[in-house]
Design a protein around this ligand. Structure first.
Ligand code: C2E
Ligand code: MG
Ligand code: MG
Ligand code: MG
Length: 283
């Protein structure tokens, strides 16, 4: 009996595995086609300077406009794109599109607007990353100080390599931020060796603003400021969040309280509406 059950289990797992694998293959094929057929689009979420209320820039966030399934969030396809290497051409498309669009907004009068692009581990390891970014900046005419890369703590695994790449990226004149900060394992001593401009406090800490998470946020902000690194909080949803972050002297904020990520056209109007606000602030 045990033997039979074992056999059944084996069959069960292998069928399941087969299903998972063929789903993956199908998704990979679809992703390739989506890239060819330009089914991807970028949404943009404003980043706000907390003291002045000014819009300082946008984070570019990819979506897949699937002809049958509608808008698919990145969590459902970025991991497969990452695994299959498709993230490399996809990431290049994101970078080019975000830089082009930001240049358009700058020429429309938002001259200081910056853009942040998420970079996954595979892209960070790609050997022509520097060349790719250099040629996109040249091609689009976006000045390097308006481009920021968002990387995660997981990329700091190989410290020497990471420092080398980051220094070359900084050499281009672009900015670097650490996304989802506080969820990974990077030690503070490593962090101080990285040429980082900004930490993005992971939204999980704000989501549950209990005393422990309040203390973590405070510590991250103090530590960053001691290292002359700016701090942005993501996932800011309520006035309570804003008040707490102001009290802690967080520099910048991003979240549904200000705006969800929006398609380009809606950001156009968002920028127009928020160009002049009360008391000289933009929001
Ligand atoms: P992330 O870079 O940490 O982006 C923040 C995520 O939080 C976004 O989800 C955003 O829509 C969401 N968010 C922003 N404000 C709030 C808020 O107030 N409340 C809540 N509950 N959520 C908020 P999204 O757009 O689904 O992106 C998820 C992740 O996918 C990103 O996390 C990033 O890691 C990845 N991703 C997105 N676009 C790209 C891309 O172009 N390339 C790569 N490599 N990864 C990307
Ligand atoms: Mg990000
Ligand atoms: Mg994040
Ligand atoms: Mg995240």
């Amino acid at each position: 009996l045990a033997k039979e059950q074992g056999k059944n289990n084996y069959q069960f797992f292998s069928e399941e595995l087969h299903q998972v694998l063929s789903k993956k293959l199908q998704l990979e094929r679809e992703l390739r086609r989506a890239l060819d057929e330009k089914q991807f689009t970028l949404h943009y979420q404003p980043k706000i300077h907390l003291q002045t209320g000014q819009i300082i820039g946008m984070e570019a966030l990819i979506r897949w406009e699937h002809p049958d399934l509608g808008l698919i969030p990145p969590i459902q396809f970025i991991p497969i794109a990452e695994e299959t290497g498709l993230i490399v051409p996809l990431g290049e498309w994101v970078m080019r599109t975000a830089c082009q669009q930001t240049k358009v907004w700058q020429e429309a009068g938002f001259t200081q607007l910056a853009v942040a692009v998420n970079i996954s581990l595979r892209q960070f390891m790609q050997n022509n990353l520097i060349e790719m970014i250099t040629s996109i900046l040249e091609e689009t005419g976006l000045a390097p100080q308006y481009l920021e890369l968002e990387i995660t703590e997981s990329m700091a695994l190989n410290v020497d390599y990471t420092i080398r790449i980051l220094n070359r990226l900084k050499g281009l004149g672009i900015s670097i931020s650490i996304d989802d900060f506080g969820t990974g394992y990077s030690s503070l001593s490593y962090l101080s060796q990285f040429p980082i401009d900004r930490l993005k406090i992971d939204q999980s800490f704000l989501r549950n603003l209990n005393p422990q998470n309040q203390a973590i946020i405070k510590t991250i902000i103090d530590m960053a400021h001691n290292m002359k690194i700016a701090v942005i909080a993501e996932g800011v949803e309520t006035q309570e969040h804003v008040d707490f972050l102001k009290e802690q002297r967080c520099n910048e904020v991003q979240g549904y309280f200000y705006s969800k990520p929006l398609p380009t056209k809606e950001i156009d109007s968002y920028l127009q509406v928020n160009r002049y606000g009360e008391s000289g602030s933009m929001i």
